[in-house]
Design a protein around this ligand. Structure first.
Ligand code: HEM
Ligand code: HEM
Length: 197
């Protein structure tokens, strides 16, 4: 068996910071608060770095190492059914489909989030972002944005739906990671931890 490749530090650090940012915005920050939006901007920057790394990073981190493909995903399912061991230099073909789905979801969440509040350069001196859709969003005293007649705009609806979809994908992602750990006997999770092979 060939030695399992290690993930480089950029892949590892962007993974755990993206996971932390998603957890923060899904559980801890108040929807639409300044904290939520700043965590969102940070998330956008980290994802940007990871996507850039997909072009210029080491072989295993590149998009070309794990392009999503239905054919390869099916072949991988057949391997699983046959109980055949499989080695992949990068993410396995099912993981690859999942990862692109997560990235698309994150990009939709970021795009709709930014379309609601604008870019960081548009932030007010008081340290908070300004809603660009000021006709739709009223700036409240407590630093949150709320729709004037409590109706969500289209961007808000899409933002929320994409977030719900993301939560489902993350559950599937965790199930996939656990499944692959049991199936392969490899320390799949440790391989993502900084300092481990
Ligand atoms: C993965 C990261 C994120 C998650 C999981 C997330 C999740 C959510 C959820 C569940 C809501 C409530 C939706 C609603 O009821 O309308 C919300 C609202 C909001 N989010 Fe995010 N969000 C994320 C990233 C962002 C980003 C990147 C921005 C902006 C840069 C942003 C800006 C907002 C704003 C302004 C609202 C209020 C919208 C409204 O009242 O309709 N979010 N977010
Ligand atoms: C909000 C939560 C999470 C999100 C959005 C997320 C997303 C991702 C993404 C996008 C990748 C691809 C990494 C890359 O190439 O850049 C990945 C890989 C991975 N994630 Fe997560 N992840 C989350 C939570 C977790 C957790 C909690 C664990 C561990 C229990 C985990 C374990 C892994 C592992 C082991 C891989 C590498 C899979 C492989 O060997 O091919 N993830 N995740």
């Amino acid at each position: 068996m060939t030695k399992r490749s290690r993930w480089d530090p950029v892949v590892k650090l962007t993974h755990w910071s993206i996971a932390a940012a998603v957890l923060a915005n899904a559980v801890f920050t108040e929807e639409g608060s300044n904290a939520h939006v700043w965590v969102g901007y940070a998330l956008a920057a980290i994802l940007g770095l990871r996507l850039l790394w997909g072009l210029i990073g080491p072989a295993e981190a590149r998009f070309t190492a794990f392009l999503p493909s239905v054919r390869r995903a099916r072949a991988h399912l057949r391997e699983i059914r046959a109980g055949a061991p499989s080695e992949h230099k990068s993410h396995n073909p099912l993981g690859a489909v999942m990862i692109y789905a997560i990235w698309v979801c994150l990009l939709v969440i970021i795009a709709t989030g930014i379309s609601m509040v604008g870019l960081p350069s548009m932030a007010e001196n008081r340290g908070g972002p300004v809603p660009t859709a000021s006709l739709e969003y009223e700036h409240r005293e407590d630093g949150e944005y709320e729709d004037e007649d409590h109706e969500e705009g289209l961007a808000g609806e899409i933002h929320e739906t994409a977030a719900d979809l993301l939560y489902i994908l993350i559950l599937l992602h965790l199930a996939g990671v656990l499944f692959e750990t049991r199936r392969s006997g490899r320390k799949v999770i440790l391989a993502m931890v900084p300092g481990h092979r």
